[in-house]
Design a protein around this ligand. Structure first.
Ligand SMILES: NS(=O)(=O)c1c(F)c(F)c(SCCc2ccc(C(=O)O)cc2)c(F)c1NC1CCCCCCC1
Ligand SMILES: [Zn+2]
Length: 257
């Protein structure tokens, strides 16, 4: 309930009572209207460094009641595609339910089955806590998840551990694997805009990249994501996406024509 800093996707209209930024004018997610995007040749392909993690590296995977979060080592960086340096913090997923899709961003009104977010902070802002509060302090690489014809083996290291973190608060470890394999093959085609965290405290400090190419998972993999985890008081953790927010004059750039 209100006053305890606790929130859920069921009461997303009350977030702003507790977290004032949530009613700001640079909120995420957004609908990307491909007819209104502006091509910018300055947007270079995203190049990632340090992503093939040694299997001896153990990563924490946790169900925090809102999503499943994989902590990432700061050695994973965005080597190009942004003017600032960014270091990885964590990745997490958004999904729907067997009744419908659950991406956060939409493209021309289309909602995809799911969405992966890789969250980074700008180390020149000092600690993560400071970076979270400074414009451009955070960057999120977002890719849409879509049902395709076969299993995506890159996602198996994550999906095969989900049953171990079924309950809220549960944590397990995942051996290091190729994190870059979780993103689309083409990192040169993307949308870029300035927005926010899509969850309280909704800080308006996120430099968003939304890839144009999607990631294909099998129907079985998507449905495992939709039906395994539980949120608060044993309810199914499903539809953990925020509705799209108004642009309030913001421009969405595209790295491609
Ligand atoms: N789409 S998103 O990036 O805004 C996002 C969500 F939509 C999310 F839903 C989440 S999970 C909910 C927020 C949360 C809860 C607990 C903890 C913890 O126990 O450490 C951390 C965060 C979530 F963690 C994130 N990303 C987090 C935002 C909150 C903390 C800032 C740094 C990591 C990015
Ligand atoms: Zn997210």
């Amino acid at each position: 309930g209100p006053g305890h800093g606790h929130w859920s996707y069921a009461d997303k209209d009350e977030w702003q009572l507790e977290f004032p930024f949530c009613s700001g004018q640079k909120q995420s997610p957004i609908n990307i209207d491909t007819n209104s995007t502006i091509f910018s040749h300055e947007l270079q392909p995203i190049v990632l460094a340090g992503y093939s993690l040694d299997p001896s590296e153990q990563l924490s995977l946790m169900n925090n009641g809102h999503t499943v979060v994989l902590q990432l080592p700061g050695s994973l960086t965005i080597a190009s595609g942004y003017p600032q340096e960014y270091r990885a913090m964590q990745l997490h997923l958004h999904w729907g339910s067997p009744e419908g899709p659950g991406s956060e961003h939409t493209v021309d009104g289309r909602r995809y089955d799911g969405e992966i977010h890789m969250v980074y902070y700008n180390p020149s802002c000092g600690s993560i806590k400071e970076a979270m509060k400074q414009p451009g302090g955070l960057a999120v690489l977002a890719a849409f998840l879509q049902v395709g014809p076969e299993d995506n083996m890159h996602y198996q290291p994550l999906l095969e551990q989900l049953h171990k973190v079924q309950e809220e608060g549960k944590e397990t470890t995942v051996a290091g694997f190729n994190i870059e394999g979780l993103l689309p093959a083409n990192l040169g085609r993307y949308y870029r805009y300035s927005g926010s965290l899509t969850t309280p405290p909704c800080y308006q400090t996120v430099n968003w990249t939304v890839f144009n190419w999607t990631v294909l998972l099998s129907k079985k993999q998507i449905s495992l994501l939709e039906t395994t985890l539980q949120g608060d008081d044993d309810t199914d953790l499903q539809n953990n996406f925020r509705l799209t927010q108004r642009l309030h004059g913001r421009k969405v750039l595209a790295s491609f024509q």
